[in-house]
Design a protein. Structure first.
Lengths: 642, 111, 167
């Protein structure tokens, strides 16, 4: 039964190989079946494993083969399925399958060859993510980590004929690489100090690490996480990643990729618990990202951009949770976020599909009547992300915020402010898209239709999950002993819980009161946004003041361009034009010219006169004798010859 | 007779031969100088042969130690005779073509 | 100073003088005659070293056959001191100097070579130079090189004929 572990990454890999190699000969339905079927198979296996883990606890580490074996330095290619990874497996394969299913319909207009390429990349993406989650050591995780980065590059730049999309893909890749470097250095650091990268060995030996080591390792790992999970300062790639097909965005934002950072930190929770300074940094950066991205999302008009910034913002909340030690809360939020964000993106995809590629919400409106299923599922997702009880987002966000309140009430208040903004921009998005008057062209209006079943079924499934997914983590304050997830994940975070001795919790009454107040305010915000934007009229008026700054995303991209990219380009230009041309080329050509010149001079020696040759021969003989002047050397030399 | 005398004499003859090769342009003279150098080496070989034979002879009068040197001289003479016959043929040929034995005409090695 | 020593010095002086005269004389024919004198001196040395066979062969092959061949060729070409081509003085100087340097170095190397100090060449005695002894070794141990040298001779002969043939 344990051997089933191998099957989980095996199916997507097989799907990738078949679709990738035979994409020119397979037809579209077959590609779709192979692509989705492989993920479904993985999902079934994951489900089996999940129940096994649930009843028997974590499975033992399964070594597959020896990956690196040099003297005493050994790294096994091993898989580990415990509570944390089995949960992630379910999220990845489950939501991944729904997205695959959705893609079969969404990407139907692509020619078969590109259709196959798309599914091959998608399967590889899922495979990499599974590898990342399943790996029993940091090196395997790193392989998956890099694989995910590669696939995101391939998929963001899927329509590679558009240069802007290629730039977006490149940006995602480079940003990820910056983070990857941090991850890699952290792995080296662990290896240098402990000589192993296996999780259970590393976590068992944390006592051997000095505080400085732990701080350095955790910060470097966190830098890796900021790249992959799009936190300040490396978040700018994620909104640009919208260049890819919409289901890819859903996959990146919900099931894979961005959750990698959360998984990694949750996996290394003991290290982080032992590094309070890093925790503070993570909490602050997470919160800053949450609020910062939320402000940007307030003014975005591209349906996918709004969702992208909302993802960045929600990821910020997850990091806030990790920073304040609410690891369960963070993982919980990953899960619920995966539900509603996948739902939102797929819903957005459905809308874009119906609008014939239009993404500007100012040109939408009134779609509710034309697309009933998309409408109500999207609405559920909006309520979920806004944190309206009893939908899933409420519970997970509340858990994080409660943990933040315990640490520092300031974190809590800022976090709530971000949550209010979330509610506001989500319902701005909803109202502008689905309510009011249709503002698009006549042609678009005529063309409006509900998406086919392959697209709506995933929406419905996800809507149900987004609605009830939170019920596995009902806080103590509402219903004692109902937090199933916490009980399930307990073994993973056990070490951390033991490490933190003082377990002062907010009294249940305070928590309930805060919950109630926040819920009321959020509902108020929702109503306000609903009323304001359901009557939205299209206008070309330029935003002014703060609005303009927000619309331009705080000019972060421009600042990066000015501070980092342009100086680097200038430096590269300088190196290319000055150092390369006159320096390196000068040396190279100079060597060539020198050789040519000296050869021309030396050629004069070669007069062709036999006498001259003999003269040189004699002189060389003299030189030889002079070189071997020393008597012993001469005799040695002669002995060597004879 | 000390062997160093023989070595010095042979070295002297050899160097005279070299100087001759370097200073003359007449192909035949150069050829002769080469013969001179060969003979210097021959003399040295015979002297060495006798040098090695001395102690062996003192121990055993029938010893043939050092005889290789003299046989080498013999072979060198054989080769020299062959070389001279071919070399002179070449010189005659050259003279027939350019009416000179000046080796400066033989500068085809340049190309 | 026995007769052997006197003979040694006399033959050495004769050899060196004749060798220098080979270079010094302008007329090629004189050069050849001086070279024959060198060969005679060297043959004398061979006799001193009791290498009788080589002494005789040296005279017959070198002084006799080869030198006659040279003489014959020179007379055939009608070379004399007027037609002798001369190198320029600097090239001559360079040749003499480099030859001199080589000689100096050779001498100094020989003088500092421990293997050669206090070793003497056996004179008069010893029978390895006798035709009897040489012949036995030549036709037993060295029979293959001997045969090969005969092939060499044959090919040299063929070569000389081919080269010397008109066209």
């Amino acid at each position: 039964m344990n051997n089933l572990v191998y099957l989980i990454p095996f199916f997507p890999l097989l799907g990738f190989l078949i679709n990738g190699l035979f994409r020119k000969s397979l037809n579209k339905p077959l590609i779709g079946i192979i692509g989705s079927g492989s993920i479904l198979a993985s999902f079934v296996v994951s489900l089996l494993l999940f129940f096994q883990v649930k009843s028997n606890g974590a499975l033992p580490v399964q070594p597959l083969f020896s990956f690196i074996d040099v003297e005493s330095f050994k790294i096994a290619f091993a898989f580990q399925v415990d509570q944390l990874s089995s949960l992630f497996l379910l999220i990845i394969t489950g939501i991944g399958f729904l997205i695959h299913l959705y893609s079969t319909s969404y990407m139907h207009d692509e020619p078969a060859e590109h259709f196959g390429r798309y599914f091959a990349y998608l399967n590889l993406f899922v495979f990499s993510m599974l590898l990342l989650v399943l790996g029993a050591n940091y090196v395997i995780m790193f392989i998956g980590w890099e694989g995910v980065g590669l696939c995101s590059y391939l998929l963001i730049g899927f329509w590679f004929k558009n240069n802007n999309y290629n730039y977006a893909a490149k940006k995602a890749f480079v940003m990820n690489r910056i983070g990857d470097l941090g991850f890699l250095l952290a792995v080296f650091w662990i290896l240098a100090k402990l000589g192993t990268v296996e999780y259970y060995e590393v976590f068992a030996q944390t006592a051997k690490l000095s505080n400085a080591d732990i701080f350095g390792i955790t910060i470097l790992l966190f830098i890796g996480a900021t790249g992959k999970s799009a936190q300040i300062p490396l978040y700018t790639w994620l909104p640009d990643a919208m260049a890819g097909p919409t289901p890819v965005s859903a996959l990146i934002h919900a099931a894979t990729m961005v959750t990698a950072g959360i998984y990694m930190i949750a996996r290394s929770n003991i290290l982080y618990t032992m590094a309070p300074v890093t925790q503070v940094i993570i909490a602050v950066i997470g919160l800053a990202t949450a609020v910062f991205a939320a402000t940007i999302a307030l003014k975005q008009n591209d349906i996918k951009k709004v969702l992208a910034y909302s993802t960045v913002s929600q990821l910020g909340y997850m990091f806030l949770g990790l920073g304040v030690g609410a690891y369960t809360g963070a993982v919980f939020h990953v899960m619920t976020h995966a539900f509603f964000k996948a739902l939102l993106f797929l819903g957005a995809g459905s809308v874009i599909h119906a609008m014939g590629g239009e993404q500007d919400i100012r040109k939408m409106g009134g779609l509710a009547k034309k697309m009933p299923q998309t409408n109500w599922t999207f609405l559920v997702a909006c309520f979920a992300i806004a944190g309206v009880p009893p939908l899933s987002g409420f519970f997970s966000k509340d858990e994080i915020l409660a943990a933040a309140f315990e640490k520092n009430s300031l974190l809590y208040y800022i976090g709530v402010a971000g949550a209010l903004m979330t509610a506001f921009y989500m319902f701005r998005l909803y109202a502008m898209t689905f309510l009011g008057q249709f503002r698009g062209t006549h042609e678009q209006e005529h063309h409006l239709h509900e998406s086919p079943a392959a697209m709506t079924i995933p929406l419905i499934v996800l809507a149900i999950l987004a609605a009830v997914g939170g019920l596995i983590g009902i806080p103590e304050a509402i219903l004692p002993n109902a937090h199933k997830l916490e009980a399930f994940l307990e073994p993973v975070f056990e070490q951390s819980t033991r490490y933190v001795h003082e377990a002062h919790t907010v009294s249940h009454s305070t928590e309930l009161m805060l919950m109630g107040v926040v819920t009321v305010i959020i509902i108020g915000v929702i109503v306000a946004a609903w009323r304001k934007f359901s009557k939205y009229q299209y206008s070309d008026a330029e935003e002014t003041g703060l609005g303009k700054v927000l619309e331009n995303k705080w000019y972060v991209d421009e600042i990066y361009d000015a501070v980092i990219v342009n100086p680097l380009l200038k430096l590269a230009g300088f190196l290319k034009n000055v150092v390369e041309k006159s320096g390196i080329d000068g040396i190279v050509n100079g060597v060539g010219r020198f050789v040519g010149y000296s050869a021309r001079q030396l050629r004069l020696l070669q007069s062709g006169q036999v006498g001259n040759y003999i003269l040189f021969m004699v002189l060389s003989l003299v030189v030889l004798f002079l070189v071997f002047w020393n008597e012993t050397i001469i005799s040695e030399f002669l002995k060597k010859i004879f | 007779m000390p062997i160093q005398y023989y070595i010095a004499l042979a070295a002297c003859l050899f160097c005279i031969g070299i100087i001759g090769v370097l200073t003359r342009r007449n192909a035949i003279i150069i050829f002769m100088c080469i013969e001179l150098m060969l003979n210097a080496t021959n003399l040295l070989l015979v002297a060495f042969s006798k040098m090695y034979h001395g102690p062996a002879f003192a121990a055993d009068a029938t010893s043939t130690a050092g005889i290789d040197g003299q046989l080498f001289v013999f072979f060198i003479m054989v080769v020299a005779a062959a070389e001279v016959s071919v070399g002179l043929a070449i010189i005659v040929m050259m003279y027939r073509n350019v009416h000179s034995v000046d080796i400066n005409f033989l500068n085809r090695l340049k190309n | 100073m026995g007769i052997t020593t006197i003979l040694f010095w006399f033959l050495s002086a004769l050899a060196l003088l004749s060798a220098i005269m080979v270079l010094a004389s302008k007329n090629p024919i004189h050069s050849i005659l001086w070279l024959i004198a060198v060969f005679f001196a060297i043959s004398g040395h061979y006799i001193l070293l009791n290498a009788q066979f080589l002494a005789i062969v040296n005279l017959i092959v070198y002084a006799g056959a080869i030198m006659v061949l040279f003489l014959f060729v020179i007379m055939l070409m009608n070379l004399n001191s007027h037609t002798e081509p001369q190198k320029n003085i600097w090239m001559k100087l360079a040749g003499v100097i480099s030859g001199g340097i080589l000689f100096t170095i050779l001498i100094s190397v020989i003088r500092s070579s421990a293997d050669m100090v206090n070793r003497t060449a056996q004179l008069k005695e010893g029978n390895i130079g006798l035709i009897n002894t040489l012949g036995k070794v030549l036709f037993s141990d060295y029979v293959i090189p001997f045969e090969i040298s005969s092939v060499l001779f044959l090919s040299a002969m063929v070569g000389a004929v081919v080269i010397g043939k008109k066209n």
